[in-house]
Design a protein around this ligand. Sequence first.
Ligand code: ADP
Length: 259
Amino acid sequence: LSARLPVSTDSNEFSQLATIFNQTFSRLEGSFEQMRRFTSDASHELRTPLTAIRSIGETALQQQSGDPACRETIGSMLEETDRLVQTIESLLLLSRADGSTLQKEPAEIGELLADVVEFLSVLAEEKQQQILFERRTDFTIPADRCMLRRAFLNLVDNAIKYSPEQTTIQVALYRDSHDNTVVDVADNGPGIPDAEKERIFGRFYRLDNGRSREMGGTGLGLSITKAAVEAHGGLVTILDNPGGGALFRVIFPSAKQDS
Ligand code: ADP
């Protein structure tokens, strides 16, 4: 959100149009920032009482050691509370990724990916899956490590969640023929239908299938990935994995590599 039309000094129609466009653009930018701040403030406000509800629930659970029905009810309440906390944490992340306050310092993408793969390998092992990481290049950019790590973590985590047991998830870091730096995360799951390829980056959007509901996520993971990657000058697309399944591709264009 930084484009402005040049306003020439002649008072011709184009110049007037450019002025109106720029004013409208500034107002839109202001509204966007207000919305972002509202999301962030509301999430902070909701986090505190929810944490209190959680600890009250835990105490109640300890006190109800003898009544199975009561324990089950409190257990369900705690599960729902956890889901809400997860959603709020995701909203906070999203508003941070959308904002301009990211703290950037040089980070090597291969290291971030290796860290994500190691962190998630336990989850993959539970499904007897294998994560293969091919690190064919180095790539250092000014990055908010935590945010960019989260962007990749969501992709690999989804690949694990949505693919069947005993499959392989492939993560690759390489340069393409245009010298763009590319990160591919490919799986052998059900893939993403063409009609959904744009929409699944939308906030709270989930494919309407049993599998997504079963997984109990927030529907915000891919929006966070998109916002975080774009905040680092990259873009994310979905392709079909030639071997069947989904292939999420993150591209950092070569022209922006040094910015
Ligand atoms: P969540 O996983 O929390 O539901 P996401 O924003 O990460 O939310 O993903 C949105 C939806 O996209 C998921 O609900 C799922 O239906 C679909 N999806 C994401 N990644 C994959 C994948 N690798 N394979 C198949 N479907 C996927």
